[in-house]
Design a protein around this ligand. Structure first.
Ligand SMILES: [Zn+2]
Length: 106
């Protein structure tokens, strides 16, 4: 049982390290338009027009920084997620540790 837990922790760390290594950082605090479009398109392809956070069907999507720039978050692919405008406003500069893993917070 214990070796399994270590294997699981190792797998998560390996996955996170891989993300960190291929996580391109963009200049400034806003993702470039072509990255934003690609991210939103990918989100719609996988999830349809449903918001990551509230789960409602929306057409107005924005890019949110999971760890806000104001809290030293990176302006990069893996630190961004797609939220509806309402959720993005509401989230502001708050951040839940779990959000980085689940992509949503209750
Ligand atoms: Zn939403």
């Amino acid at each position: 049982m214990v070796p399994l837990i270590f294997a699981a922790i190792g797998a998560i760390l390996f996955y996170k390290l891989g993300q960190a290594l291929d996580d391109e950082e963009y200049a400034g605090s806003v993702v470039p338009p072509h990255v934003r479009d690609k991210k939103i398109q990918q989100h719609v392809d996988f999830n349809g027009h449903y918001c990551t956070r509230c789960g409602k069907r929306r057409l107005d999507f924005e890019i949110d920084h999971i760890i806000p720039i104001a809290r030293d978050g990176r302006n990069s692919w893996h630190n961004t997620q797609v939220l509806c405008t309402d959720c993005n406003r509401r989230k502001g500069t708050t951040y839940s540790f779990l959000e980085g893993f689940r992509g949503r917070m209750k």
